[in-house]
Design a protein around this ligand. Structure first.
Ligand code: SF4
Length: 338
């Protein structure tokens, strides 16, 4: 079989020629898969059966689908080796944002996250990351306008595959999204952030900060044991200077943990060190985890304190909370069901 999504256009062209097919078939295959979003080779009408019979686009089966009242659709895709990942489509006005996973499971172990519970299972390939885009397009017809790498996994810990997927997403000849509409979210790996700054891709960088000081951050993010916030912000500054893109600091507000006035002041101090926006996200409670969501008043007060100190704050609301939309929850609930 010729698998399509795990190949760059040059690799696909090579594979087409190696099979003795005319070179122009490469563009036809790319057109069907990426531009028209056709995943079933039988539907590629201008290709002979000799070719369609050899093509494989999707490798995963749809193991579960959850539709939320707010329009959010979450899919659980299971690959042939039984590893499963989630991807989500979030409609907001005329935006359709795809939230993609880069690893099955996650090795970062953030204490409040369902995806980290079972540890890292394995990295996804670039093709498996792109497959999520196609599966979402099949499930919800329409154009995907934005992509966020905020599903399971740490994108910069699976650097090559994530970047290969990003290149396909922003390639005008393939998915053709603007780099600015792609957000890579990371717990903060300074060397990888610096490498990303040199890629020549004007993507948005989001750093999961979640705490205003190293001591508190290390209790929430064990992976931060050997990294300081100062090192992460220095790398983020380099990214800003290289790409001229404001960085986003993500801060999940956990009631009684990181939501004090002192924490807000500390966060405002950090935000003042670089050109950034702060995304404040009220925690989406996960079954069997001790962390609690802030009250709407608590969330508002924290945001206001940041605003009063000159920080550009956006309060993000959990979407699809009624369909296990918090990271890893659909996978968890399927694994638990009899
Ligand atoms: S929050 Fe992100 S980085 Fe942390 S464990 Fe969950 S998936 Fe991994």
């Amino acid at each position: 079989m010729l698998t399509v999504l795990d190949k760059t256009p040059a690799q696909l062209a090579e594979a087409v020629v190696a099979r003795g097919w005319p070179p122009y078939r490469t563009d036809q295959i790319i057109d069907w898969v990426y531009r028209k979003g056709v995943a079933d080779p039988a539907g590629m009408r201008n290709l002979p059966r000799e070719i369609t019979g050899e093509l494989q686009v999707l490798t995963a089966r749809l193991a579960a689908r959850a539709d939320s009242a707010d329009g959010t659709v979450k899919l659980l895709l299971e690959f042939p080796d039984a590893q499963a990942v989630e991807c989500v489509l979030i409609p907001t006005g005329d935006r359709h944002t795809a939230c993609l996973s880069t690893q099955a499971g996650c090795g970062m172990g953030c204490r409040f996250c369902a995806s980290g519970l079972g540890g890292l299972q394995r990295n996804l390939t670039a093709g498996e990351i792109l497959e999520q885009m196609l599966a979402l397009r099949q499930a919800v017809p329409g154009r995907i306008s934005n992509v966020v790498f905020m599903g399971s996994g740490e994108p910069l810990a699976n650097y090559e595959a994530t970047l290969e997927a990003v290149r396909a997403i922003v390639d005008p000849g393939r998915l053709g999204l603007s780099a600015r509409s792609v957000t890579i979210s990371t717990v903060g790996i300074p060397a990888a952030i610096r490498r990303l700054a040199r890629e020549g891709l004007a993507v948005t960088l989001a750093i999961s900060l979640h705490a205003p000081n190293d001591a508190l951050r290390r209790t929430l993010l064990p992976s931060a044991a050997n990294t300081t916030i100062a090192e992460i912000l220095a790398a983020a500054k380099e990214f800003f200077h290289a790409r001229k893109r404001e960085v986003t600091l993500e801060y999940v507000l956990l009631a009684g943990v990181n939501d004090s006035a002192l924490c807000a002041d500390g966060l405002a101090g950090l935000a003042g060190r670089l050109r950034c926006n702060v995304n404040l996200i009220g925690y989406n409670e996960v079954e069997d985890m001790a962390y609690r969501a802030p009250t709407p008043t608590g969330l508002k007060a924290f945001a206001q304190r940041l605003t009063d100190r000159g920080v550009n704050v956006h309060v993000r609301h959990s979407r699809g909370a009624d369909t296990h939309a918090a990271c890893g929850q659909l996978r968890g609930s399927v694994a638990r069901s009899p």
